[in-house]
Unconditional design. Structure first.
Length: 138
């Protein structure tokens, strides 16, 4: 009697055709996903940059006993030695020497006094979106 233990040429051909079709479908779906991901980064960029800056800066001004040593248009220096700077040439905001924001069109710092407390006003512009935020030191 004959044994049917082997793989026939027809079965192998069907397996290869199905495998190629699956790879093609996965390639098309992953390409569409990556394209969609790039598009979403374009629209969320300015919001993400502002959120990153806001989280760092809010943490800084909420430390008790922190004071402003110097405040100019493009930088502010705090009493603990931390400096936030906007560098127009590379469109970045730095916390000391670490770049925390990219693709920022402008960022201006100003200092004022309200009810005996120091207020730092930040005018942040990225991707055509302008935000003005007041930070009150504790």
């Amino acid at each position: 009697m004959k044994s049917d233990k082997g793989v026939t040429l027809i079965t192998l051909t069907i397996y290869v055709i199905v495998s190629i079709a699956m790879v093609g479908i996965i390639t098309i779906v992953s390409g569409a996903f990556m394209s969609s991901l790039r598009d979403s980064d374009f629209y969320n960029g300015p919001i993400a940059e502002y959120t990153a800056f806001n989280s760092y800066f809010s943490e800084q001004v909420n430390h008790p006993g922190i004071e402003v040593l110097q405040c100019r248009d493009n930088y502010v220096v705090f009493s603990d030695g931390v400096q936030y700077s906007f560098i127009k040439d590379n469109k970045g905001i730095y916390k000391d020497r670490v770049k925390i924001c990219w693709n920022v069109d402008s960022c201006k710092f100003s200092q004022s006094e309200e009810n005996g407390k120091t207020v730092i006003t930040v005018q942040f512009n990225a991707g055509g979106q302008n935000r003005i935020t007041n930070y009150t030191l504790k």
